[in-house]
Design a protein around this ligand. Structure first.
Ligand code: 5AD
Ligand code: FES
Length: 351
């Protein structure tokens, strides 16, 4: 083991070989300095500019159901949060959101929701087919949690292109401190590998600074990403929600989230990497800083304004009072302010 390596050497090794050993990860994650962060950010930005130039891809996020059968301790939509206001968008609402989004230049729609049994395979297949019929030049990303292999297959065959399912943490013990007993990391991983096998472009990811996270669990997250080889990785800071068991836990930090965005970009160069809404929530310029640290995607909200405040994963979520068109303009300005431009394109990953 090369315990005498400097953090710069570790980052350079990651850049050249695409991986680090567990020991190297733990050493890097537990000892990095502001200078190391800056070094990684510059390298990551160079890489994202090589692959994606100064273009930022956008995804229109449609939060179509706030019902969830799960009870994740960190999430405001957990079934035991009786203060959460629940809603389901009608099919017509979903199509109307796509129409508004298409006119604003979105060419990817992300259908995200809690694990809601109302949305059977049949209902989802109909929705996906209708969107694909009306917008054949658009990609559809699903983000609706754990389902069976057969269900994933039906959704894929109906025309869905991508699937986001954060693994949340790749360490079993840590996973069990974030989720109740009926959930397991092994099933989460099984779903991710099945989605990939079926043919989806797959995204995994985790929260930075989640309760009980350590350099070891983060090392395992990075190694799991390497093992899965996803097309996308979604990371953002953990932010406490007032009506969850983690209401008094500390939020993840801006700096650490930016550092991990950079490391992920360096590890897997062509990845689609969003600067998330959670990052924009903990800092006014969080998403801009995310892009400058190596991210190349933003996912503004396309849900009807009436329901936005009801999809509260965490406290103080941004953009809950803005119309889609306002967010779109706002994003244009934000990206232009750092020398980037929003691309009107499906935004597939460049492999
Ligand atoms: N803080 C930050 N992110 C959260 N998510 C859920 N709850 C929170 C929270 N309190 C993230 C999870 C989930 C995604 C949809 O939102 O990682 O996978
Ligand atoms: Fe929604 Fe700025 S992106 S208001």
């Amino acid at each position: 083991m090369r315990s005498d390596m400097t953090n710069r050497q570790r980052i350079d090794t990651l850049n050249v070989t695409g991986e680090l050993t567990k020991e190297e990860w733990v050493a890097l994650i537990s000892t990095y300095t502001d200078e190391d962060r800056e070094y990684a950010a510059n390298l990551a930005k160079e890489i994202s500019n090589t692959y994606y130039s100064n273009e930022v891809y956008i995804r229109g996020l449609i939060e179509f159901t706030s019902y969830c059968k799960n009870d994740c301790y960190y999430c405001g939509l957990r079934r035991n949060n009786c203060k959460a206001q629940r809603y389901r968008l009608s099919e017509e609402d979903i199509y109307a959101s796509c129409k508004i989004g298409y006119e604003l230049g979105f060419r990817t729609f992300v259908l995200q929701g809690g694990e809601d049994a109302y949305f059977t395979d049949e209902r989802l297949v109909k929705i996906i087919k209708t969107i694909k019929r009306d917008y054949p030049d658009c990609a559809i990303t699903m983000s609706i949690g754990e389902r069976s292999y057969e269900s994933y297959k039906k959704i894929y065959e109906a025309g869905a292109d991508r699937y986001l399912l954060r693994h949340e943490t790749a360490n079993d013990t840590h996973y069990n401190t974030l989720h109740p007993e009926e959930m397991s990391l092994s099933n989460r991983k099984k779903c991710l590998f099945e989605l990939k096998e079926i043919g989806f472009q797959v995204g995994c990811g985790f929260m930075v600074g989640s309760p009980n996270q350590t350099p070891e669990t983060l090392a395992e997250d990075m190694m799991f990403i390497h093992e899965l080889g996803p097309h996308m990785v979604g990371i953002g800071p953990f932010i406490p929600h007032k009506d969850t068991p983690f209401h008094d836990q500390q939020a993840g930090s801006l700096e650490m989230t930016l550092f991990f965005l950079s490391l992920i970009r360096i590890m897997q160069k062509s990845l689609l990497l969003p600067a998330t809404t959670a990052l924009g929530t903990i800092n006014k310029r969080g998403r801009e800083l995310g892009i400058l640290a190596g991210a190349n995607v933003v996912m503004p909200n396309l849900s009807p304004v009436e329901v936005r405040k009801k999809y509260m994963l965490y406290d103080n979520k941004i953009c809950t009072g803005d119309e889609a068109a306002e967010c779109r303009q706002c994003l244009n300005r934000r990206m232009e302010s750092i020398g980037y431009k929003v691309a009107v394109a499906r935004g597939d990953s460049k492999f």
